[in-house]
Design a protein around this ligand. Structure first.
Ligand code: PRX
Length: 641
């Protein structure tokens, strides 16, 4: 047995689950013993959901990179930590051993130090999926700087907002990023984001695409130059070292921005020790990782899934993590299968939207692909429909590989509800059972717990697990309001769920104004704000509607004045505006021009009605008598798209 806390039978799952709720402190201190600490904890857990305040392993000190890298060097120095598959399959694969990773992370930590970055400083990272992105993340962690990775698809405006909110002083970026046939000019987006910015002192630019960039003297430096200089500082007589900074268990490790039901994304803050223990524990248990296996998580490190299951979870477990630069459909829709075959991938972890999109290409791209290395399949990000589940099971897993349906959120840091591969039963479309340490419950709209099974309600969690968010950056009250005030004494997930007779959970989707488009979280208010920036727009209302591939599509009802061009041109312009303000991921799929919106007498938009119309369910719109002007509903119903 390589991981003493790996659950290997259904009986053990039940035993460990029971123990984790009866004696959480004993349970988690045993797991935590398996990590490397500079100083052990004084107390395992202190918490209340009132403020909220959660502290795991209080008094302990550690450096997460020593756990993710240094402790593997003696036994696994020459084992690949990362296998990197480039965008273009003809280009060279890069294999980064733990020794090499150690050297690069030490070098980059030195670079940051040379540039003046200190513990607690915020470093924003805006890069494509290259190993240097992981070096940047880990380099920050090595010196206790707080990283905030921004997905490469976000616009200059979105970046500017995040830089401002985090008061970031440093940026790591690249000249560009490859995504299929496209080149994204990252540095020039950063330049735009920095117009008017007063806090950023240094921008480190990695060369990937040789896209022309302008460098501002004194502010912008090249990654390659800095790394070369740092090499001579960290390597002496062939021995590499850069002393890792000791951080407190509760020091923030990173900020990751995510959308909520208000217009402004919030910076979810994760702390160090609890996050490390949880990502490791859930990685080892959910996927049943065995040393030597190749784990391929197809997410981008710009999202929480990449943080937890490309970087921190796998590396802290000494695993081999495959990192893919490109997209699933380029050069063709067989790309994932080529990667599985080429690198003998054992665990494949992807999103339902990717599965549905690949299903659309039929079975041809799978023909003659050797997928026999696969042992475990996983999904994350949105509910998986049964059709997609069965397709994944039959055509990818050949009914030999258990599928784990992992439910979690940016705020939860790691998986909370999922079957454990081959250990607890897989049920199509059901995330199934909570991980040890997770106490889910369902409540009705008044906050009363729904006991008994089967049940349906809003999903809450009763007590903290080690990687629960600690705060939202710069605004603790917002954290309290958003997650801990809807239902007193509970963490509210924002999701609805069903529970069956056996205590399995099926997540039905968000119950707030948050959309899940291709597994990306987007707030309706954010999209509305962006649409309203268009000069012809008076007001808008955005809702989700079922979309075959994306899960949810974005449907916008828009009131315009002075329609200057044709409706079609205005539509295009609005879409461009959203792309510019938020990023292409938030582009509306449908725009309907209307003359009014269904509002109550107190001025509240009745989204329920708009949702039904967007879904095409116009027959039964429910009670519309409270509307200020019921006539508007008729117009919207009859309006063309
Ligand atoms: O609605 C749930 C959905 O994704 C939301 C969280 O999004 P985000 O913070 O971007 O994190 C995504 C990756 C962890 C949740 O509130 N969601 C996530 N996983 C599942 C899911 N819905 C159903 N089933 C899942 N397995």
């Amino acid at each position: 047995m390589h991981y003493p806390y790996q659950i290997t039978s259904l009986e053990q799952y039940h035993r460990d689950y029971r123990r984790s709720t009866e004696d959480p402190e004993g349970f988690w201190s045993e797991v935590a013993e398996q990590f490397q600490w500079r100083r052990k904890w004084d107390r395992v857990l202190q918490w209340n959901f009132r403020e909220p305040k959660v502290e795991w392993f209080g008094g302990a000190q550690l450096n997460i990179t020593e756990n993710c890298i240094d402790r593997h060097l003696s036994g696994k120095g020459e084992q690949p930590a990362f296998i990197w598959e480039p965008n273009n399959p003809e280009d060279r694969v890069r294999v980064v051993t733990y020794n090499r990773l150690h050297k690069r992370v030490c070098q980059f930590a030195q670079v940051l130090t040379n540039l003046g970055v200190k513990k607690g400083d915020r470093v924003c990272i805006y890069m494509g999926m290259v190993p240097e992105l992981a070096y940047a993340v880990l380099g920050c962690a090595r010196i206790g700087a707080i990283h905030s990775v921004i997905f490469g698809g976000f616009s200059a405006q979105s970046i500017a907002d995040r830089l401002e909110d985090a008061q970031a002083e440093y940026i790591v970026t690249a000249d560009g990023a490859y995504r299929g046939e496209k080149v994204i000019p990252l540095k020039s987006v950063i330049d735009d984001a920095l117009i008017g910015n007063r806090t950023v002192k240094k921008v480190i630019v990695y060369t990937r695409t040789r896209t022309p960039v302008s460098m501002i003297k004194g502010r912008d430096v090249w990654w390659e130059d800095e790394m070369e200089y740092a090499e001579s500082q960290v390597e002496k007589d062939g021995i590499v070292s850069f002393p890792a900074v000791a951080t407190d268990a509760e020091d923030p490790l990173f900020i990751l921005y995510t959308s909520g039901s208000t217009g402004k994304p919030k910076g979810v803050v994760h702390s160090t020790a609890g996050y490390m223990v949880w990502t490791n524990y859930t990685f080892v248990n959910t996927f049943q990782y065995k040393p030597g296996q190749v784990h391929f998580c197809t997410a981008d490190i710009g999202w929480i899934t990449g943080h937890s299951y490309i970087v921190y979870g796998p590396l802290s477990a000494g695993a081999t993590s495959l990192m893919f630069e490109g997209i699933p459909t380029w050069p063709d829709a067989g790309r994932f299968w080529d990667i599985v075959q080429k690198h003998k991938v054992n665990i494949l972890y992807t999103a339902p939207t990717a599965i549905r999109s690949l299903m659309g290409f039929g079975l041809e791209p799978l023909k003659d692909k050797d997928l026999s290395s696969l042992q475990v399949l996983g999904t994350v990000g949105e509910p998986i429909n049964e059709e997609a589940w069965h397709w994944y099971d039959e055509h990818v897993g050949h009914k030999q590989s258990p599928i784990v349906d992992t439910w979690w959120q940016t705020e939860t840091g790691g998986v909370l509800i999922s079957n454990l591969a081959g250990v607890t039963p897989a049920i199509p479309s059901w995330a199934s059972l909570p991980m040890p340490g997770v106490q889910p419950l369902l409540v009705d709209e008044n906050g009363a717990e729904i006991t008994g099974n089967p049940a349906s309600g809003n999903l809450c969690i009763r007590a903290p697990w080690p990687s629960i968010l600690r705060t939202t950056w710069g605004d603790h009250e917002r954290c309290r309001q958003t997650y801990f005030s809807t239902y007193e004494g509970l963490y509210f997930t924002g999701d609805g769920a069903l529970r069956d007779e056996h205590g399995n959970y099926r997540i039905t989707g968000r119950v707030d104004d948050v959309l899940n488009v291709s597994g990306h979280r987007i707030g309706t208010a954010e999209v509305e704000n962006a649409i309203n920036m268009h000069s012809d727009v008076v007001e808008s209302a955005v809702v989700g509607y079922p979309h075959d591939i994306k899960g949810q599509g974005i449907y916008a009802y828009v009131i315009c004045t002075n329609l200057r061009g044709s409706e079609e041109d205005t539509r295009k312009n609005i879409i461009q505006t959203v792309s510019r303000i938020i990023g292409p991921i938030a582009k509306p799929d449908r725009i309907q021009f209307v003359s009014g919106l269904p509002k109550t007498r107190s001025g509240k938009i009745m989204r329920r009605i708009l949702r039904k119309i967007a879904e095409g369910e116009t027959a039964n719109l429910g009670d519309t008598t409270t509307l200020l002007d019921p006539g508007v509903v008729e117009e919207i119903k009859n309006g063309k798209l």
